[in-house]
Design a protein around this ligand. Structure first.
Ligand SMILES: Nc1ncnc2c1ncn2[C@@H]1O[C@H](COP(=O)(O)OP(=O)(O)O)[C@@H](O)[C@H]1O
Ligand SMILES: [Mg+2]
Length: 416
């Protein structure tokens, strides 16, 4: 079938599970009818890394990036194709600098969110620069680490300003632990942060205008961190978690990101929400994996079929005006932030598009997850990620969770 062709590129590190899922769903979906009877045809390809001329014309219309957060040559390619060729990226490559927690904390504090008290302290060890000794001797102020900790109050968290994957995170209960952790921080730049003694930990995953709020248990091993639990937050806290996740994303132009919030006595405290292009492994998300893959395909198809243009500028004033409006309460501000986020993500247009052009995707995904092809993906993924003596146990574990999803989804699709 002829039609408007769109090329999707996947920029990948080591993962095999979600790319295969994405490729399969997109392939099974086939051509999609857009407005005016235009057929949209989608092709998907994994990118390789090679020299590029800055004036080269890329083949891709949209790229999902799971690599450039640590691999800088493809990161520079992303910036080039974004700036020069208008390639649509998940996510905006000009906000990599904000993917350290620090900038995201500053932004959400500026917007009035309940980010816990946070102090940035200077490096423990000298940084590797010939000018450091002179500059530090002249300008570094001595400071009282104990006094800072006491002001925040024990227990507190010490963690890197640019953290991820729990590297260098410690809970500090007393001055001895404080000094031990600071001494061990070496050349990492650290935040001290007020500890929230939370009742519930929620981790939400947002893809475009879709958000899944999941109950998270940080002290469990990876495969048990996401708990299948549908009503673990009050409607109000649940809506707040959704709004915060989408607000962060609309603010930074991130379209594929996860957001961690701690809920204590009904108050929602965001603590970690600069995880653009986050882990979506089958073995982490399990029950929620089909949802994530479907949302990713839907959003990419919507973007391409409706010729949505990437936005590279942040236009922060729109958000700051709301933050600075003394006549608005916290809840009022959340309401306006939600409207701004929905406008950025074109939520209504997206929902219309899904209802008219993608009405068959639920059944396609359900059929795939219930069938042998998905089971093979599950088995291969477990075999690649777990030691041989654990294969049977984990294959059974994940099969059980995905069978539960199939049951729930089947009931939902039938009743729709
Ligand atoms: N302020 C805090 N209050 C309570 N727990 C926290 C706080 N900050 C971090 N934690 C705990 O430490 C974990 C790792 O911290 P986080 O900021 O999410 O770093 P990372 O980016 O490495 O995931 C969190 O999942 C949470 O369990
Ligand atoms: Mg985290």
């Amino acid at each position: 079938m002829t039609g408007t062709r769109h090329q999707v590129g996947l920029l990948l590190g080591t993962e095999e599970d979600w790319p295969r899922a994405f490729e399969t769903i997109l392939g099974r979906l086939g051509p999609v009818a857009g407005t005016g009877g235009v057929k949209h045809v989608f092709e998907c390809e994994r990118l390789s890394i090679e020299p590029f001329n800055l004036r080269d014309q890329p083949r891709y219309d949209l790229v999902i990036d799971r690599l450039a957060y640590w691999y800088y040559q493809p990161r520079e390619w992303l910036k080039k194709v974004s700036m020069m060729n208008g390639v649509y990226l998940l996510n905006n490559p000009f906000t990599f600098q904000s993917m350290e927690k620090h900038t995201a904390y500053c932004a959400m504090m500026r917007l009035g969110l309940k980010v816990p008290e946070t102090v940035l302290v200077p490096y423990k060890n000298p940084v590797d620069n010939a000018r450091y000794a002179y500059t530090a001797a002249k300008y570094n102020q001595p400071f009282d680490l104990d006094a800072i900790a006491e002001q925040i109050g024990y227990p507190l968290f010490m963690k890197p300003f640019d953290g991820g994957g729990w590297r260098g995170v410690s809970k500090i209960r007393n001055p001895a632990e404080l000094h031990a952790a600071y001494d061990a921080s070496g050349e990492m730049l650290m935040h001290l942060q007020q500890c929230i003694d939370f009742d519930v930990f929620s981790r939400s995953l947002s893809i475009g205008p879709e958000t899944m709020v999941m109950r998270f248990q940080p002290d469990q091993p990876m495969h048990q961190r996401y708990q299948v639990d549908h009503d673990f937050l009050s409607p109000q806290a649940g809506a707040e978690a959704v709004t915060i996740g989408r607000l962060v994303n609309a603010f930074f132009r991130w379209e594929f990101n996860s957001c961690e919030t701690l809920i204590k006595d009904g108050e929602v405290y965001p603590i970690d929400y600069a995880n653009a292009c986050p882990d979506v492994a089958l073995t982490s998300l399990h029950y929620y994996f089909p949802w994530a893959m479907k949302a990713l395909v839907k959003w990419c198809v919507f973007v391409l079929a409706t010729a949505r243009r990437p936005k590279l500028d942040l236009d922060t004033d729109r958000f700051f005006e709301v933050a600075d409006d003394a006549g608005l309460s916290y809840d009022d501000k959340l309401g306006v932030y939600r409207e701004l986020a929905d406008a950025y993500f074109e939520t209504e247009r997206y929902e219309d598009f899904c209802a008219t052009s993608l009405s068959h995707i639920d059944e396609i995904v359900l059929d795939w997850v219930a069938g042998p092809d998905f089971d093979d993906l599950l088995v291969q993924t477990v075999r690649a990620g777990f030691p041989p003596h654990e294969h049977d146990q984990f294959i059974a574990h994940f099969r059980g969770l995905l069978a539960l999803w199939v049951r729930d989804e089947d009931a939902r699709v039938r009743s729709a």
